[in-house]
Ligand binder design. Structure first.
Ligand SMILES: [Fe+2]
Length: 317
């Protein structure tokens, strides 16, 4: 009962927050073009992750090992390197879900699965911020009847104590998506729309992508790993994508020791900005990263009293 009340008030809070973002957006001098990013982060990206119409397919192997050093593919695996990361959320995106097991498998560069061993098969676990990351190679195409299947990665996702979601992830621009019986579905329970993600080529020649997973795991993390939007949030950052400079707009709702921390796609800290005690107010800070910083995805987060309360994704070109 207590948990339910907590959750209800959090839902109500998130609703109010979305509304307040809308009203803040009416003051362009404060937020400039940042509001659209926050709105998109809040309203459009919280979509329950769907099953894939092909289910787990014929090439799943049980008991894959846990991935070591976030590397699903060895350094000598043939193919284009790809780094994927994201967070696992509950159904209304009000909480992240730590300790979620993510069982991953995919074809090699030539479209073949390792059906004897565990090459390109492994399990990841989300950390205490619900975050996962792994590095592999972009899967090749293989024939399914008379059509090639688009490049895809298989996932079995199990929040602790909850049901497993079996699904597949695809990549924007793949020529075989329109003819694929699963990837081309755009509505209903097998809707693949939010499982087709863009990939960005970083300056190390690696592809980067992010995919947030939204799954039924309500109650798993109550009280310990919530998203604390009642304390502060990043409204947005512009321009996004950016090159030499990005301006980050954020709000502090309670007096706290605040810092803005920037992470790369592997979760490594690349910058710490605006570390100070702040009172409730809107703030902005500019970040001019070193020219040597690779292009690619970055996560800008706000920490309050050492607790990460919110983050957004940006892309450096
Ligand atoms: Fe497959």
């Amino acid at each position: 009962m207590v948990n339910k009340d907590l959750k209800d008030s959090r839902r109500q809070f998130l609703k109010n927050t979305s509304l307040s973002i809308l009203s803040i957006a009416a003051f362009p001098t404060v937020l400039k073009s940042a509001s659209s990013i926050s709105l998109q982060d809040f309203s459009n990206s919280c979509n329950e992750s769907t099953e894939d119409a092909y289910g787990q397919g014929p090439f799943y192997s049980v008991n894959a090992p846990f991935i070591q050093n976030n590397k699903l593919a060895n350094s000598n695996e043939v193919g284009t390197r790809i780094i994927l990361s994201g967070q696992v959320y509950n159904l209304d995106c009000s909480e992240v879900i730590p300790n979620t097991e993510i069982d991953i498998w995919h074809a090699d560069d030539e479209g073949s699965y390792d059906n004897q061993g565990y090459n390109l098969r492994g399990k990841a676990t989300t950390n205490n911020q619900g975050f996962y990351v792994f590095e592999s190679i972009k899967p090749g195409f293989y024939l399914n009847g008379s059509n090639f299947r688009p490049s895809h990665i298989h996932f079995k996702i199990t929040p602790p104590g909850f049901n497993t979601l079996i699904t597949q992830l695809y990549f924007q621009g793949d020529p075989y998506i329109p003819t694929d019986a699963a990837a081309s579905i755009t509505s209903g329970s097998f809707d693949a729309t939010h499982r087709i993600i863009p990939l960005v080529l970083n300056s190390n020649g690696e592809l980067e992508g992010t995919w947030d997973i939204v799954i039924d795991g309500n109650g798993v993390s109550i009280g310990t790993n919530n998203i604390h939007l009642d304390r502060g949030m990043i409204y947005g950052a512009s321009p996004n994508p950016f090159q030499d400079m990005i301006e980050i707009n954020y709000g502090v709702f309670q007096k706290a020791k605040v810092c803005i921390v920037v992470y790369d796609i592997r979760g490594q800290i690349v910058a710490t900005l605006d570390e100070k005690t702040l009172y409730p107010e809107k703030y902005s800070v500019s970040w001019e990263p070193s020219r040597r910083l690779p292009s690619g995805h970055y996560f800008i987060s706000i920490k309050m009293n050492d607790l990460q309360v919110h983050y957004i994704k940006v892309i450096r070109q």
